[in-house]
Design a protein around this ligand. Sequence first.
Ligand code: ADP
Length: 400
Amino acid sequence: MKIFVVNCGSSSLKYQLIDMENESVLAKGLCERIGIEGSKLTHTPSGGEKFEKETPMPSHKDAIKLVLEALTDKDHGVIENTDDITAVGHRVLHGGNIYTDSIQVNDDVKKVIRECFDLGPLHNPANLIGIEACEAAMPGKPNIAVFDTAFGMSMKEKAYLYAIPSEYYEKYKVRRYGFHGTSHKFVSGEAIKFGGLDPKTAKVIVCHLGNGASISASIGGKCVDTSMGLTPLEGLIMGTRSGDIDPAVLQFICNHENIDVNEMLTILNKKSGILGMSGGISSDFRDVGKAADEGNEKAKNALEAFRYRVAKYIGAYAAAMNGVDAIAFTAGVGENDKEARKLICEEYLGYLGVKIDDDANNVRGKNAVISAPDSKVKVMLLPTNEELAIARETLEIVSK
Ligand code: ADP
């Protein structure tokens, strides 16, 4: 069985074709600059040469058509024809508070995705276009929506309600939703398997530390809390996003700089985080790390604040669960930056009995236990794989 995984952004489309017999990637690729000048497809068949094609892609429909042509091409293709594809799994950002799990797309599902446009204005419209493009290109093929918000739906009111007048939840469903859910679900599941934990009771904290960063607490694989909120702006300090902030800061800066709240939100989303704190050096943790090593104080402060915020959330979530069995690091920084993992654990988590083994921590990009044998909490590096997670969810639904 082969599952086609599609992740549509507003002007991009990432894809993988995964053979579920052995969960191997047969081909993967990217369409960039959809709807703007200079559109390009980059297609890489597993073990084969990268194929690139610059050609106009006015819409995601054109992009899907090109991708399917590439997948079935006699030179760089990996399947005979699209009949070889069992189903399509789509990453969909927002399912509101309707969908607690992945689901096969029908008209009702599309209606909900559409109703959530204002909750995910950059992603949901593109996600729906991707689904409709696949429906048009492969009539009758099951399309499965895998929601980034589904994992957070098991949170209780005390975790997801904001302390604002209740009418805003009742009228507009303003609440904590949480994002990166596919990754948090995948990694917390891996933590239970790889760490040999009890699948029903394991208390796991997953630190998804990439350019976008979030953290979750789960018991027995069910989310009890997560750091992103109504939007992905809340929580940790990220590449360009501020994370948690006193909302009064918005009014204060708007008044002083004579800007409106929309401009302020752009600043908090795109110009803050380690980019903003470092004085504009970069949103890339490696660049800021290099500047810090060279003695740049702002860069040092930015990275220290980033680690401090992660540690504060770990402490909060250990309290929220009344304990923690395992902490898992994942995504770009979590998988590659042994220094960040070590400092977060050693500077702040000693009171939980966390002990890192330096030799075990000298690892990147593969499943590993990085804590010492006598650590009270198992600390692990577990690479995330959102595409595989989407493919697994898709297969589960079409196999029912
Ligand atoms: P996203 O999917 O949110 O774009 P990723 O999970 O791909 O983010 O993570 C990207 C981030 O990971 C970048 O900021 C990059 O600097 C960081 N990163 C990658 N390798 C390292 C490393 N060796 N040390 C520190 N940061 C790293």
